[in-house]
Design a protein around this ligand. Structure first.
Ligand code: NIG
Ligand code: FE
Length: 407
């Protein structure tokens, strides 16, 4: 009879399996077995039939869920934009500030000046904050360098965070975040620089898992982004898009045309955009922290996304400009309160659908046999509490697969 590495017993398990009702909860006292960092058995404890493991741990009735996944962050950056937040409270708009050379460009200046170690140390604090509430996988974008050296430095820092922290990091090249000052009058020239130099170098050094862009009047047009996405596809990288955040620029349609992993924000997406997403299997990544921070009033088309069967993920968008929020639990609660997502949709959005948005659903995001043993254990009495409490430490233990067999 096989001898597993680790067996967790006396647990309550919410698998979050696709298609399963009620959080995919396993009835009764449940157990989960792990070998080689993978889930190898999971079910009602009474069906264990005497099988054992090298190490056994009672969960004492605790709840287990898939570890959380933050699938959209910009958490590597220099400086902060608290002064702009004050300006906005006094009435300036995000676009006004950007047009005056602030906004993303003010973080670009601070990021260009920061050393790799400075960027790493500041970002590590944010990674640890997310991990402390159950996050085991984080997507991190570049986009505050906008020149080859700084974009690469940001991605190297992100990769290093993956090696030197407890979380697994996926990176996205967001060189097309806004037009850098050097190309103020030649945005097409900057797109060429990304296509001809930045992207090939990033691919050569395996620094990015995807290519992202910002489709907006204050950033890039669909035609410019198409050019970049063609190049990304040619080089074998999946794409994703900041789409329709401040206006309807046909971003969802553009993302869908390229079979994007995800289209993110979507406040101003039209019915046509939703239909396009549904047909392309792209995930809608909703970012309530940015909506709240910008005092946006136009909500994403939640009902239409739902009725069209578009998968919905929820992420922090942690960044210094529009979402200074380093808490995925907060983003989940906000998505419920602001947009009436259900607590179950929010938990799925921060586990299964977030994994889908990163192209990792085969590997994580639900508790199922064959997947990575990325497990969060909680002191709660029902998984709905995960989208209810904010700032209340309830994580008992995070079992990232890389630590499972060692602990
Ligand atoms: O996701 N929308 C564009 N990018 C970020 C904001 C970046 C910034 O303001 O620094 C976002 O909201
Ligand atoms: Fe963003």
């Amino acid at each position: 009879m096989q001898n597993w590495d680790l067996l967790l017993t006396d647990a309550r398990i919410a698998t979050m399996r696709a298609g399963a009702p009620d959080y995919g909860i396993v009835a009764g006292r449940a157990a989960i077995a792990i070998s080689d960092d993978r889930i190898v058995w999971l079910g009602d404890e009474s069906n264990l039939e005497g099988r054992t493991a090298a190490k056994q741990r009672s969960m004492n009735g605790r709840w287990l869920t898939p570890a959380l996944i933050d699938c959209h962050t910009h958490l590597v950056f220099g400086g902060n934009r608290a002064a702009e937040f004050e300006q906005r409270l006094r009435g300036a708009s995000y676009e006004d500030i950007a047009a005056a050379g602030g906004g993303i460009l003010s973080t670009v200046r601070a990021t260009r000046e920061a050393s790799a170690d400075e960027l790493f140390n500041a970002a590590l604090t944010r990674v640890n904050a997310l991990a402390s509430e159950g996050v085991a996988t984080i997507e991190i974008k570049s986009g505050y360098g906008l020149d080859i050296d700084t974009e690469i430095r940001m991605l190297e820092v992100a990769r290093r965070l993956g090696r030197e922290s407890s979380v697994d990091v996926r990176t996205s090249l967001l060189a097309a975040h806004t037009v850098p000052p050097e190309f103020e009058h030649n945005p097409d020239g900057y797109i060429d620089l990304i296509c001809d130099e930045i992207l090939p170098r990033v691919v050569e050094h395996d620094l990015a898992d995807a290519v992202d862009a910002y489709c907006e009047s204050i950033a890039f047009s669909p035609a410019q982004i198409e050019k970049l996405f063609h190049k990304a596809s040619e080089l074998g990288l999946p794409v994703k898009l900041h789409a329709d955040q401040l206006s309807n620029g046909g971003g969802a349609e553009l993302a869908a045309r390229f079979g994007a992993l995800s289209a993110d924000h979507l406040e101003y997406t039209s019915s046509t955009g939703v239909a396009a997403l549904a047909a392309s299997n792209s995930v809608a990544v909703l970012l309530p922290g940015a909506f709240l921070t910008l005092a946006e009033t136009q909500s994403p088309p939640i009902d239409e996304l739902r009725s069209n069967g578009v998968p919905i993920a929820v992420a922090t968008d942690c960044n210094p400009g529009t979402s200074p929020i380093c808490s995925l639990r907060t983003a989940m609660m906000l998505a419920c309160r602001l947009w009436k997502l259900t607590p179950e949709e929010c938990l799925a959005g921060a586990t299964r659908e977030a994994a889908r948005a990163l192209g990792l659903l085969h590997d994580r995001g639900t508790l199922e046999v064959g997947k990575r043993a990325d497990i969060a254990t909680w002191d709660i009495s029902h998984p709905r509490e995960l989208t209810y409490w904010v700032g209340t430490p309830q994580l008992a233990d995070l079992i990232p697969s890389r630590q499972t067999t060692r602990s």
